[in-house]
Design a protein around this ligand. Structure first.
Ligand SMILES: NC(=O)c1ccc[n+]([C@@H]2O[C@H](COP(=O)([O-])OP(=O)(O)OC[C@H]3O[C@@H](n4cnc5c(N)ncnc54)[C@H](OP(=O)(O)O)[C@@H]3O)[C@@H](O)[C@H]2O)c1
Length: 251
Protein backbone atom coordinates (compact mmCIF):
# COMPACT_ATOMS: atom_id res chain seq x y z
CA UNK A 1 0.00 0.00 0.00
CA UNK A 2 1.59 3.27 -1.20
CA UNK A 3 0.47 6.11 0.99
CA UNK A 4 0.81 9.84 1.59
CA UNK A 5 0.52 11.22 5.12
CA UNK A 6 -0.66 14.82 5.30
CA UNK A 7 -1.03 16.62 8.62
CA UNK A 8 -3.33 19.62 8.94
CA UNK A 9 -5.34 18.10 6.08
CA UNK A 10 -8.51 19.92 7.15
CA UNK A 11 -6.94 23.37 6.72
CA UNK A 12 -6.20 25.56 3.71
CA UNK A 13 -2.80 24.29 2.55
CA UNK A 14 -3.41 20.75 3.82
CA UNK A 15 -6.56 20.41 1.70
CA UNK A 16 -4.61 21.73 -1.27
CA UNK A 17 -2.01 18.99 -0.79
CA UNK A 18 -4.75 16.36 -0.45
CA UNK A 19 -6.34 17.49 -3.72
CA UNK A 20 -3.05 17.51 -5.65
CA UNK A 21 -1.75 14.19 -4.28
CA UNK A 22 -5.14 12.47 -4.77
CA UNK A 23 -4.62 12.92 -8.51
CA UNK A 24 -1.33 10.96 -8.46
CA UNK A 25 -1.50 7.37 -9.77
CA UNK A 26 1.45 6.37 -7.59
CA UNK A 27 -0.57 6.92 -4.38
CA UNK A 28 -3.20 4.43 -3.18
CA UNK A 29 -4.23 6.09 0.08
CA UNK A 30 -3.93 9.52 1.66
CA UNK A 31 -3.86 9.43 5.44
CA UNK A 32 -5.41 12.79 6.19
CA UNK A 33 -4.59 13.87 9.74
CA UNK A 34 -6.73 16.40 11.59
CA UNK A 35 -8.81 16.96 14.70
CA UNK A 36 -12.11 17.86 13.11
CA UNK A 37 -14.16 14.71 12.43
CA UNK A 38 -16.74 16.51 10.30
CA UNK A 39 -14.14 18.13 8.03
CA UNK A 40 -12.29 14.81 7.73
CA UNK A 41 -15.48 13.06 6.71
CA UNK A 42 -16.16 15.74 4.07
CA UNK A 43 -12.64 15.21 2.77
CA UNK A 44 -13.28 11.47 2.55
CA UNK A 45 -16.49 12.14 0.58
CA UNK A 46 -14.62 14.43 -1.82
CA UNK A 47 -11.58 12.18 -2.38
CA UNK A 48 -11.90 8.41 -2.53
CA UNK A 49 -8.27 7.84 -1.52
CA UNK A 50 -8.62 9.70 1.77
CA UNK A 51 -8.33 7.69 4.97
CA UNK A 52 -9.31 10.02 7.83
CA UNK A 53 -6.97 9.91 10.83
CA UNK A 54 -8.57 11.84 13.68
CA UNK A 55 -5.75 12.89 15.95
CA UNK A 56 -4.94 15.88 18.14
CA UNK A 57 -1.24 16.44 17.56
CA UNK A 58 -1.00 18.74 20.59
CA UNK A 59 -1.95 15.76 22.74
CA UNK A 60 -1.24 12.09 22.07
CA UNK A 61 -2.28 12.08 18.42
CA UNK A 62 1.18 11.22 17.20
CA UNK A 63 1.25 7.93 19.15
CA UNK A 64 -2.04 6.91 17.53
CA UNK A 65 -0.66 7.67 14.08
CA UNK A 66 2.53 5.79 14.85
CA UNK A 67 0.55 2.73 15.96
CA UNK A 68 -1.39 2.80 12.67
CA UNK A 69 1.88 2.95 10.69
CA UNK A 70 3.41 0.05 12.64
CA UNK A 71 0.25 -2.05 12.32
CA UNK A 72 -0.33 -1.49 8.59
CA UNK A 73 3.35 -1.22 7.51
CA UNK A 74 2.57 0.97 4.49
CA UNK A 75 5.04 2.17 1.85
CA UNK A 76 5.16 5.87 2.79
CA UNK A 77 5.73 7.76 -0.50
CA UNK A 78 4.90 11.23 0.84
CA UNK A 79 5.02 12.81 4.28
CA UNK A 80 3.66 16.36 4.28
CA UNK A 81 4.33 17.98 7.64
CA UNK A 82 1.85 20.79 7.20
CA UNK A 83 -0.08 21.20 10.48
CA UNK A 84 0.89 24.39 12.23
CA UNK A 85 -0.52 27.07 14.48
CA UNK A 86 0.03 30.80 14.53
CA UNK A 87 -0.25 33.50 17.20
CA UNK A 88 0.10 37.23 16.71
CA UNK A 89 0.81 39.26 19.82
CA UNK A 90 3.31 39.97 22.57
CA UNK A 91 5.28 37.00 23.89
CA UNK A 92 4.60 37.99 27.48
CA UNK A 93 0.85 37.71 26.86
CA UNK A 94 1.12 34.09 25.72
CA UNK A 95 0.00 31.48 28.21
CA UNK A 96 2.49 28.77 29.14
CA UNK A 97 0.16 26.18 27.60
CA UNK A 98 0.15 28.12 24.32
CA UNK A 99 3.93 28.28 24.23
CA UNK A 100 4.07 24.53 24.84
CA UNK A 101 1.48 23.76 22.15
CA UNK A 102 3.41 25.88 19.64
CA UNK A 103 6.66 24.08 20.24
CA UNK A 104 4.90 20.73 20.13
CA UNK A 105 2.85 21.18 16.94
CA UNK A 106 5.27 23.32 14.94
CA UNK A 107 8.55 21.62 16.02
CA UNK A 108 8.35 18.27 17.84
CA UNK A 109 5.50 16.77 15.82
CA UNK A 110 7.15 17.16 12.39
CA UNK A 111 10.49 15.90 13.76
CA UNK A 112 8.83 12.89 15.42
CA UNK A 113 6.79 12.11 12.33
CA UNK A 114 9.89 12.07 10.16
CA UNK A 115 11.48 9.68 12.64
CA UNK A 116 8.36 7.49 12.76
CA UNK A 117 7.93 7.24 8.97
CA UNK A 118 11.55 6.86 7.84
CA UNK A 119 11.65 3.09 8.50
CA UNK A 120 8.66 2.83 6.12
CA UNK A 121 10.17 4.90 3.30
CA UNK A 122 12.02 3.63 0.25
CA UNK A 123 14.08 5.26 -2.46
CA UNK A 124 11.99 7.96 -4.18
CA UNK A 125 9.98 8.85 -1.06
CA UNK A 126 9.39 12.55 -0.43
CA UNK A 127 9.10 14.64 2.70
CA UNK A 128 7.67 18.15 2.51
CA UNK A 129 7.92 20.36 5.59
CA UNK A 130 5.76 23.46 5.57
CA UNK A 131 7.77 26.20 7.24
CA UNK A 132 7.29 29.88 6.38
CA UNK A 133 8.96 33.07 5.15
CA UNK A 134 8.86 33.90 8.88
CA UNK A 135 11.88 31.60 9.14
CA UNK A 136 14.01 34.10 7.20
CA UNK A 137 14.29 36.52 10.14
CA UNK A 138 13.08 36.89 13.75
CA UNK A 139 9.60 38.48 13.83
CA UNK A 140 8.66 40.36 17.00
CA UNK A 141 4.99 39.69 17.94
CA UNK A 142 5.20 36.44 15.97
CA UNK A 143 8.19 35.41 18.04
CA UNK A 144 7.46 31.76 18.85
CA UNK A 145 5.95 31.16 15.42
CA UNK A 146 8.95 32.53 13.56
CA UNK A 147 11.38 30.68 15.86
CA UNK A 148 9.45 27.42 15.37
CA UNK A 149 9.66 27.82 11.60
CA UNK A 150 13.45 28.27 11.79
CA UNK A 151 13.59 24.95 13.66
CA UNK A 152 11.61 23.25 10.91
CA UNK A 153 13.64 24.83 8.11
CA UNK A 154 17.00 23.86 9.59
CA UNK A 155 15.79 20.38 10.49
CA UNK A 156 14.43 19.92 6.99
CA UNK A 157 17.58 21.00 5.17
CA UNK A 158 19.97 19.10 7.44
CA UNK A 159 17.97 15.85 7.42
CA UNK A 160 17.62 16.27 3.65
CA UNK A 161 21.40 16.08 3.27
CA UNK A 162 21.53 12.98 5.49
CA UNK A 163 18.80 11.24 3.48
CA UNK A 164 20.22 11.97 0.01
CA UNK A 165 22.17 8.67 -0.11
CA UNK A 166 18.90 6.81 0.56
CA UNK A 167 17.24 8.61 -2.37
CA UNK A 168 14.70 10.32 -0.11
CA UNK A 169 14.07 13.96 -0.94
CA UNK A 170 13.25 16.56 1.73
CA UNK A 171 11.82 19.92 0.69
CA UNK A 172 11.18 22.85 3.00
CA UNK A 173 8.25 25.01 1.86
CA UNK A 174 8.52 28.70 2.83
CA UNK A 175 5.57 30.77 1.66
CA UNK A 176 4.81 34.36 2.63
CA UNK A 177 1.15 35.16 3.33
CA UNK A 178 -1.22 32.50 1.97
CA UNK A 179 -4.97 32.92 1.61
CA UNK A 180 -6.18 30.41 4.24
CA UNK A 181 -8.23 30.40 7.43
CA UNK A 182 -5.06 30.80 9.49
CA UNK A 183 -4.95 34.54 8.82
CA UNK A 184 -7.43 36.72 10.71
CA UNK A 185 -8.94 39.31 8.34
CA UNK A 186 -9.50 42.01 10.96
CA UNK A 187 -8.00 43.04 14.30
CA UNK A 188 -10.13 45.17 16.63
CA UNK A 189 -12.28 46.19 13.69
CA UNK A 190 -9.28 47.16 11.56
CA UNK A 191 -8.80 45.33 8.27
CA UNK A 192 -5.44 43.61 8.07
CA UNK A 193 -3.40 44.05 4.93
CA UNK A 194 -1.34 41.00 3.90
CA UNK A 195 1.13 42.21 1.28
CA UNK A 196 1.82 39.81 -1.57
CA UNK A 197 -0.70 37.19 -0.42
CA UNK A 198 -0.81 34.14 -2.71
CA UNK A 199 -3.21 31.24 -3.20
CA UNK A 200 -3.07 27.71 -1.77
CA UNK A 201 -2.85 26.33 -5.33
CA UNK A 202 0.29 28.38 -6.07
CA UNK A 203 2.05 27.11 -2.94
CA UNK A 204 1.08 23.45 -3.42
CA UNK A 205 1.89 23.35 -7.15
CA UNK A 206 5.33 24.85 -6.63
CA UNK A 207 6.06 22.72 -3.56
CA UNK A 208 5.33 19.46 -5.39
CA UNK A 209 7.24 20.61 -8.48
CA UNK A 210 10.26 21.59 -6.38
CA UNK A 211 10.10 18.25 -4.55
CA UNK A 212 10.06 16.37 -7.90
CA UNK A 213 13.09 18.39 -8.99
CA UNK A 214 14.92 17.36 -5.81
CA UNK A 215 15.07 20.89 -4.41
CA UNK A 216 15.58 21.36 -0.69
CA UNK A 217 13.77 24.72 -0.59
CA UNK A 218 10.51 25.85 -2.15
CA UNK A 219 9.85 29.58 -1.91
CA UNK A 220 6.63 30.46 -3.74
CA UNK A 221 5.68 33.99 -4.82
CA UNK A 222 7.71 37.12 -5.48
CA UNK A 223 7.13 38.50 -1.98
CA UNK A 224 8.74 35.55 -0.19
CA UNK A 225 11.57 35.34 -2.74
CA UNK A 226 12.34 39.03 -2.33
CA UNK A 227 12.11 38.73 1.46
CA UNK A 228 14.51 35.82 1.50
CA UNK A 229 17.19 37.81 -0.34
CA UNK A 230 16.44 40.97 1.66
CA UNK A 231 16.91 39.15 4.95
CA UNK A 232 20.25 37.77 3.77
CA UNK A 233 21.71 41.14 2.84
CA UNK A 234 20.16 43.58 5.32
CA UNK A 235 21.03 43.82 9.04
CA UNK A 236 18.64 41.73 11.16
CA UNK A 237 18.09 44.60 13.62
CA UNK A 238 16.88 46.84 10.80
CA UNK A 239 14.52 44.18 9.42
CA UNK A 240 13.02 43.61 12.87
CA UNK A 241 12.47 47.37 13.33
CA UNK A 242 10.79 47.62 9.93
CA UNK A 243 8.58 44.62 10.70
CA UNK A 244 7.62 45.98 14.13
CA UNK A 245 6.75 49.33 12.54
CA UNK A 246 4.61 47.66 9.86
CA UNK A 247 2.54 45.67 12.39
CA UNK A 248 2.29 48.38 15.09
CA UNK A 249 -1.28 49.33 14.16
CA UNK A 250 -2.51 45.78 14.85
CA UNK A 251 -1.03 45.51 18.33
N1 LIG B 1 -1.51 30.92 5.86
C1 LIG B 1 -0.32 31.50 5.80
O1 LIG B 1 -0.20 32.71 5.54
C2 LIG B 1 0.93 30.67 5.99
C3 LIG B 1 2.14 31.24 5.60
C4 LIG B 1 3.31 30.49 5.77
C5 LIG B 1 3.25 29.23 6.31
N2 LIG B 1 2.06 28.71 6.69
C6 LIG B 1 2.05 27.36 7.28
O2 LIG B 1 1.22 26.52 6.51
C7 LIG B 1 0.74 25.44 7.32
C8 LIG B 1 -0.74 25.26 7.09
O3 LIG B 1 -1.40 26.42 7.50
P1 LIG B 1 -2.76 26.97 6.86
O4 LIG B 1 -2.49 28.37 6.45
O5 LIG B 1 -3.30 26.02 5.89
O6 LIG B 1 -3.62 27.08 8.18
P2 LIG B 1 -5.03 26.50 8.62
O7 LIG B 1 -6.00 26.65 7.51
O8 LIG B 1 -5.30 27.14 9.94
O9 LIG B 1 -4.71 24.95 8.84
C9 LIG B 1 -3.97 24.48 9.93
C10 LIG B 1 -4.16 23.00 10.01
O10 LIG B 1 -3.41 22.50 11.13
C11 LIG B 1 -4.26 21.66 11.89
N3 LIG B 1 -3.99 21.66 13.31
C12 LIG B 1 -3.85 22.71 14.14
N4 LIG B 1 -3.68 22.28 15.39
C13 LIG B 1 -3.72 20.92 15.35
C14 LIG B 1 -3.64 19.90 16.33
N5 LIG B 1 -3.48 20.18 17.63
N6 LIG B 1 -3.72 18.61 15.93
C15 LIG B 1 -3.93 18.30 14.64
N7 LIG B 1 -4.02 19.22 13.66
C16 LIG B 1 -3.93 20.51 14.02
C17 LIG B 1 -5.65 22.26 11.67
O11 LIG B 1 -6.62 21.29 11.99
P3 LIG B 1 -8.02 21.66 12.71
O12 LIG B 1 -9.02 21.74 11.60
O13 LIG B 1 -8.25 20.51 13.60
O14 LIG B 1 -7.83 22.96 13.45
C18 LIG B 1 -5.60 22.60 10.20
O15 LIG B 1 -5.90 21.46 9.42
C19 LIG B 1 1.12 25.81 8.76
O16 LIG B 1 2.25 25.07 9.17
C20 LIG B 1 1.46 27.29 8.67
O17 LIG B 1 2.38 27.69 9.66
C21 LIG B 1 0.88 29.39 6.53
Amino acid sequence: MRIAIITGATGGLGMGFVQAIAAMDEIDEIWAVGRNARKLSELKDAFEKVVPVEADLAKDGISFLEEQIKEKTPDVRYLVNNAGIGYFGAFEKMKREEVKAFCRINCSVPAELIAATLPFMQKGARILNVSSASSFQPNPYLSVYSASKVFLKNLSRAVGVELKPRGINVTCVCPGWVDTGMLPRTKDGKEINYGGMISVEQVVKKALKDSMRGKDMSVPGLFAKYFRIYSKVMPTGLIMRQWTWSVRKYL
